[in-house]
Design a protein around this ligand. Structure first.
Ligand code: 5GP
Length: 117
C-alpha cells in the first residue's frame, strides 16, 4: 500500500475495480497490456502483493520476484517473441517510475537500442 493508504491503479486492476486487458494471470501476478505502449508489444507483469518498488522488496519476496521473470518468459514463449524481448523495472523518479506498485515492463516487436537513456 502506498503511504497515504489509497489503492494504486494497479491494485484496482488486480481487484477488478477498474478495467484492463488482462492477458495472463497466476496466483502471484497478472499480465496486462500497457495503456500507452512504447513498442508493438508492451505488457506489464504486476505482482498481486502490493510491493511499492524493487527498492522495497524483502527476502521473503524472493518467490514473487522469480515468478515475475518466469511469467515474462512464459509470455514471450506463448506470444512467439523469438526475435527478442526486453524486460525493464523503473525504480524511483530518476528512472521514470510513475506507478508506485512494483511492475516489470516487457517490450518487443521491433529492434531496440541500448542504452535506453
Ligand atoms: P512506470 O513508469 O511506473 O515504470 O510504468 C507505469 C506504466 O503503467 C506506464 O507505461 C503506463 O503507460 C502504464 N499505465 C498507467 N496507468 C495505466 C492504466 O490504468 N492501465 C494500464 N493498462 N496501464 C497503465
Amino acid at each position: 500500500m502506498n503511504p497515504n493508504d489509497e489503492k494504486d491503479i494497479f491494485q484496482k486492476i488486480i481487484d477488478r475495480e477498474i478495467p484492463a486487458e488482462i492477458l495472463m494471470e497466476d496466483g502471484q501476478c497478472i499480465v496486462i497490456r500497457d495503456i500507452n505502449p512504447g513498442a508493438p508489444v508492451h505488457v506489464l507483469i504486476i505482482p498481486k502483493k502490493n510491493i511499492l518498488r524493487l527498492a522495497e522488496v524483502q527476502e521473503s519476496d524472493v518467490s514473487i520476484l522469480g515468478s515475475l521473470l518466469l511469467m515474462a518468459q512464459k509470455f514471450a514463449q506463448t506470444h512467439g517473441l523469438s526475435k527478442g524481448f526486453r524486460v525493464v523495472i523503473n525504480n524511483g523518479p530518476d528512472a521514470g517510475e510513475s506507478v508506485p506498485h512494483l511492475h516489470v515492463h516487457l517490450l518487443a516487436g521491433k529492434p531496440m537500442i541500448w542504452p535506453p537513456c
